[in-house]
Design a protein around this ligand. Structure first.
Ligand SMILES: NC(=O)c1ccc[n+]([C@@H]2O[C@H](COP(=O)([O-])OP(=O)(O)OC[C@H]3O[C@@H](n4cnc5c(N)ncnc54)[C@H](OP(=O)(O)O)[C@@H]3O)[C@@H](O)[C@H]2O)c1
Length: 331
């Protein structure tokens, strides 16, 4: 692959939203490396996607210790892409996040929320990505058996050690978030951002979490905003070879594509077409219309998908009739 020279117009078209009440702005669309960047995937394809994303103004790349498969390999591959293509001061144009919470290594210290696990996991992530620091370090899931003070204390330590600039929470309920935010505030390391699962098909955050985040000046970056590909044209005509639902390693299972879900997808697709958008673009726009949403965290298995998703920014407004029609389908 030829040497990478970032596009000189990369900041012209992207929208950057302030993350809660912090000093940092994130692109309205961010790229996640959960699937498609592991040791089982094509490295050069992933590298093209990352290059294209940056050329289009995507400055934020999201990882976790366990992304792969194999666990850890997405961080290794991303580190290799950084070393090859993002040399010199380009690191200062990137917001890189990682997380600790899910199973990473055997024994009692390889998952959840103990200080021992969280801080050694961050050290491992930095080594795999060959970085001195990450921009955002998340607690990936709440640990019911560890005091919240211990897990949040570990995040605070990561910042004080200079290994993370900001901290975040993922998969914490509204109540768990409130408790965590209070501890972080007291420690002097306010929470920057929350990363919940949120899409047209998964709306639990509307029942309280978004209000808690707004009240506390915390940003929100929904993950799986396309419901892992369901909210695109990917499955309109069955399950194509190479799609996430067709792969044994993917987290989307063929059984999830039920006739009832397909019916919704088709009806939403028809509305998107009337709006002059792809279904993926409409699904992303539908999230971004809420000012509490800082960025949508997409995945992509090709440059074409990434480009298509970025087109969402061309039309984020909905009229009342469209919203009502969408609501009647999602009910
Ligand atoms: N915090 C957490 O617990 C957590 C959990 C899950 C994910 N995440 C984060 O969120 C990121 C995104 O999650 P996700 O990958 O599930 O997001 P997603 O955007 O809902 O789904 C991405 C998948 O949808 C398909 N797709 C995307 N754009 C398309 C388009 N325009 N047309 C047709 N198909 C399209 C592709 O599937 P094919 O592979 O079939 O092409 C792609 O891999 C992850 O990478 C990770 O960073 C966080």
């Amino acid at each position: 692959m030829s040497a990478y020279v970032p596009a000189s117009d990369r900041y012209d078209a992207m929208l950057y939203n302030r993350c809660g009440k912090s000093g940092i702005r994130l692109p309205a669309v961010s790229l996640g490396l959960w699937h498609n960047f592991g040791s089982i995937d094509n490295f050069e394809n992933g590298r093209q996607i990352v290059r294209r994303a940056f050329d289009k103004g995507i400055t934020h790349f999201d990882l976790a210790n366990n992304y792969g498969p194999l666990p850890g390999s997405a961080e290794e591959n991303f580190g290799a892409i950084l070393q090859k293509d993002f040399t010199g001061y380009l690191r200062d144009e990137l917001v890189i996040s990682t997380k600790a919470g899910y199973l990473m290594w055997p024994g009692p210290y390889g998952e959840w929320g103990s200080r021992k696990y969280v801080l050694s996991s961050l050290d491992q992530s930095l080594r795999r990505m060959k970085l001195d620091y990450v921009d955002i370090f998340y607690s990936h899931r709440p640990d019911p058996e560890t005091p919240i003070e211990e897990t949040m204390g570990a995040l605070d330590t990561a910042v004080r050690q200079g290994k993370a600039l900001y901290v975040g929470l993922s998969n914490y309920s509204a109540e768990e978030t409130k408790a965590a935010l209070a501890v972080l505030k007291q420690l002097g390391t306010p929470c920057l951002i929350h990363q919940p699962k949120y899409s047209m098909f998964e709306r639990w955050v509307e029942g309280g979490l978004l209000d808690v985040l707004e009240a506390n000046g915390v940003g929100c970056i929904p993950f799986s905003p396309l419901a892992q590909g369901l909210l695109t044209d990917r499955y309109l005509k069955g399950i194509p070879e190479g799609s996430r639902a067709s792969k044994p390693s993917g987290f989307l299972k063929a059984e999830q594509i039920t006739p009832a879900t397909l019916d919704k997808i088709q009806r939403l697709h028809a509305i998107a077409q009337k709006r002059g958008q792809s279904l993926a673009q409409m699904a992303l726009a539908w999230l971004l219309k809420d000012k509490r949403i800082t960025s949508v965290l997409i995945g992509a298995s090709s440059v074409g998908q990434l480009d298509n998703n970025l087109g969402a920014l061309d039309k984020v407004q909905f009229d009342a009739a469209e919203l009502q029609e969408i609501e009647s389908i999602l009910k």
